[in-house]
Design a binder for this molecule. Structure first.
Ligand code: PLP
Length: 402
């Protein structure tokens, strides 16, 4: 008998399946607002000009080879990445209580952090996830044997944050739970807490001795300002929390396929930091041995060079600016069409995604009759809109909601 005989066919990944359906569609009007990858106004993948420059520098560097990287990645890379999120002058650096390890992009950072918690956090501790959240979070925690629960986040009637529901759930959860928080540009809703709301969230996390687990996949992509997008994480550090921050350079560097990520850990003491790093290295060695070089070399170059860093900021402005512009154009067109319902949330939400509030049935009609592809939850990637298709997109929404 074959061992493989008993293996059931799994369903395809929703997002990658949606992209395949879009690609197979031959209608010239088709629109892909499914996948979370930036596109320029011609809807083409975008290589950041600063990344092109770094590419060329690497290409001409005679000293580079294809040797293994250190287990935790290059220190110049991990340190610059941690500084990017925590801020150059974070007291945590002065007190030597920050360590970091290079990961397989943001997904790998989440996984490594989760695996570490499975090994060392209180047995049976659950991880609290926002409802809704990035589709991969639950699977990542479940894969390492951590059970998840949800806290309310999106309020469909206000199309905004359900702060009271969130706080109550964090309050009701067992002490010392893991709380996963999106640092900025919440995926999929595009709704972030305000600074006052973050303070109240921190109060409950502190009171209940929860462990803050930040996932930061969009720094600089939300507001266009790297510091502003890091505010929540820095605020938690200022308040004295020990925490994890997962960083991805997929979106803000456009390095999706290069898998450059980082896991930053802030501890209470310098000694703890070294212990944690040593254990992360043990974990990393058994899982990937050592991280990939190429993407991290690009990030390393840019973060550690004043001029390239300034250029990167400009490039981030281009990307976030186009997305903000598309939000405006879409909102204005819906207003002009007098589309039923309120649409302010399109311009109020932040980052790559907008949670439209469209129902699964409406999403289905948009796909089948209008060749518009979005996830079933009504989330759209703003980067899939352009000056050429935004009107068609708005007109289609208008017809479907009437
Ligand atoms: N976390 C969130 C919330 C995301 O939206 C994403 C990407 O979509 C990631 C993590 C990780 O992405 P990657 O592994 O490509 O860096």
């Amino acid at each position: 008998v074959s061992f493989f005989q008993q293996i059931p066919q799994a369903a395809p990944d929703a997002i990658f399946h949606l992209t395949a359906q879009y690609q197979a569609d031959t209608d010239p009007r088709k629109v892909n607002v499914g996948v979370g990858a930036y596109r320029d106004d011609n809807l083409k993948p975008y290589i950041l000009p600063v990344v092109k420059k770094a590419d060329s520098i690497l290409f001409h560097n005679q000293n580079l080879d294809h040797e293994y990287q250190p287990i935790a990645g290059q220190k110049t890379y991990t340190k610059a990445s941690s500084k990017l999120i925590l801020g150059e002058d974070s007291p945590a650096f002065q007190q030597n209580r920050v360590v970091a390890i290079q990961t397989i992009s943001g997904t790998g950072a989440n996984h490594t952090a989760a695996a570490f918690l499975a090994k060392f956090h209180k047995k049976g501790a659950i991880c609290l996830l926002s409802k809704p959240t990035w589709a991969n979070h639950k699977a990542i925690f479940n894969n390492v044997g951590i059970q998840v629960a949800e806290y309310p986040y999106w309020n469909p009637s206000t199309r905004g944050l359900d702060l009271e529901g969130m706080l109550a759930a964090l309050e009701d959860a067992p002490e010392e739970s893991i709380v996963l928080l999106h640092a900025c540009a919440h995926n999929p809703t595009g709704v972030d807490p305000t600074r006052e709301q973050w303070q109240r969230i921190a109060d409950v996390v502190q009171k209940k001795k929860h462990f803050p687990f930040f996932d930061c996949a969009y720094q600089g992509f939300a507001s266009g300002n790297l510091d502003q997008d890091a505010w929540a994480v820095r605020y938690f550090v200022e308040r004295g929390f020990e925490l994890f921050v997962c960083q991805s350079f997929a979106k803000n560097f456009g390095l999706y396929g290069e898998r450059a990520g980082n896991l930053t850990v802030v501890t209470r003491t310098a000694e703890q930091a070294q212990h944690v790093l040593s254990q992360l290295e043990i974990l990393q060695r058994s899982e990937i041995s050592n991280p990939p070089a190429y993407g991290s070399r690009i990030v390393d170059l840019v973060l550690n060079d004043k001029q390239l860093y300034a250029e990167w900021n400009d490039n981030l402005g281009t990307m976030s600016g186009r997305i903000i512009e598309m939000r405006k154009r879409l909102f204005e067109k819906l207003q002009q069409l007098q589309t039923p319902g309120t649409w302010n949330h399109i311009v109020d939400q932040i980052g790559m995604f907008s949670f439209t509030g469209l129902s699964p049935a409406q999403v289905k009609v948009l796909k089948e009759q209008y060749h518009i592809y979005m996830t079933d939850n009504g989330r759209i990637s703003m980067a899939g809109l352009s000056s050429k298709n935004v009107d068609y997109f708005a007109e289609s929404i208008d017809k479907v909601v009437r």
